[in-house]
Design a protein around this ligand. Structure first.
Ligand code: AMP
Length: 210
C-alpha cells in the first residue's frame, strides 16, 4: 500500500507519518525533510533552494522529482510508502502516477487531515523538535519535557508567522485543488485532525484497516 498524507502545514502529517512507520512498518517520504537534508550540505542545490524554502514558496518540480524518484525506485520500500508534503500541485500528482507506474506500483489512498485554519498558525509557530530524542513538541499544546529543553531545541527557519501565512496561501491556491482531483478517483479518506494526537492515530489505523 502506498498512501499520501495530505493537509495544510501544521495538520500533523509528520507526526502521524511517524505513527504509521511504527504501526504499519511503512516508510515516510517527506519532501520537506529531504530538502532540509540538502540544506545541511554545501551543495549547489542547497544554494538554489534555501531562499525559496525560507520564503515559503515551492521549489521547482524538477528538483522534487529527482528526490522522489530516487525513493520510488528503491525496491526495499516498494508499496510501503507514505508521501508527506508531496504532491503539492496537480502537475506533481500526475508525475507521481507516472513514476509509480514506471516502477510497477500504484497509489492506494489519500489521508486528508482536516484542521481548522485558526489553529494552524499556533501549531506551526510553536513547533520545536529535540535533536536527541527526535520528537516534535509544541510550546503551546504539548511542551517539551525539561530533559529535552536541556538540549538545544530545533526550530525550523520557515516556522515563523510571516512565512506560515505565505505557506498557507500557497497551500490554498496550488495544493488544495488536489483534493478534488483525488476525490474524483475515490481515493480520499477524511480524518478529523483537530482531535488529540493519539485519537487521530487511532482514527487513521481504523480507516486504513477498513
Ligand atoms: P514541508 O516540510 O512539507 O512543510 O516543506 C517545507 C518547504 O519545502 C515548503 O514550504 C517548500 O518550500 C518546500 N517543499 C516541500 N515539499 C515540496 C514539494 N512537493 N514541492 C515544492 N516544494 C516543496
Amino acid at each position: 500500500m502506498n498512501i499520501i498524507i495530505f493537509g495544510p502545514p501544521g495538520a500533523g502529517k509528520g507526526t502521524q507519518s511517524n505513527f504509521l512507520k511504527e504501526d504499519l512498518k511503512m516508510t515516510q517520504i517527506s519532501t520537506g525533510d529531504l530538502l532540509r537534508n540538502e540544506l545541511k550540505k554545501e551543495s549547489e542545490l542547497s544554494k538554489q533552494i534555501r531562499n525559496i524554502i525560507e520564503s515559503g514558496k515551492l521549489v521547482s518540480d524538477k528538483i522534487i522529482y529527482d528526490l522522489i524518484e530516487d525513493k520510488i525506485s528503491n525496491k526495499n520500500i516498494e508499496n510501503m510508502m507514505i508521501f508527506d508534503g508531496f504532491p503539492r500541485n496537480i502537475e506533481q500528482a500526475k508525475n507521481l502516477e507516472i513514476m509509480l507506474k514506471k516502477h510497477n506500483q500504484h497509489l492506494s489512498k489519500v489521508l486528508n487531515l482536516k484542521v481548522d485554519y485558526s489553529v494552524l498558525i499556533k501549531r506551526i509557530s510553536g513547533r520545536v523538535s529535540c535533536p536527541v530524542c527526535k520528537n516534535t513538541f509544541n510550546e503551546y499544546f504539548d511542551p517539551p519535557p525539561q530533559k529535552c529543553r536541556e538540549n538545544k531545541l530545533i526550530k525550523r527557519s520557515d516556522d515563523n508567522e510571516g512565512t506560515v501565512k505565505k505557506r498557507l496561501e500557497i497551500y490554498d491556491k496550488e495544493t488544495l485543488p488536489l483534493l478534488e482531483y483525488y476525490k474524483n478517483q475515490n481515493k480520499v479518506l477524511n480524518i478529523d485532525a483537530m482531535k488529540q494526537i493519539d485519537e487521530v492515530r487511532k482514527e487513521i489505523r481504523g480507516v486504513l484497516k477498513g
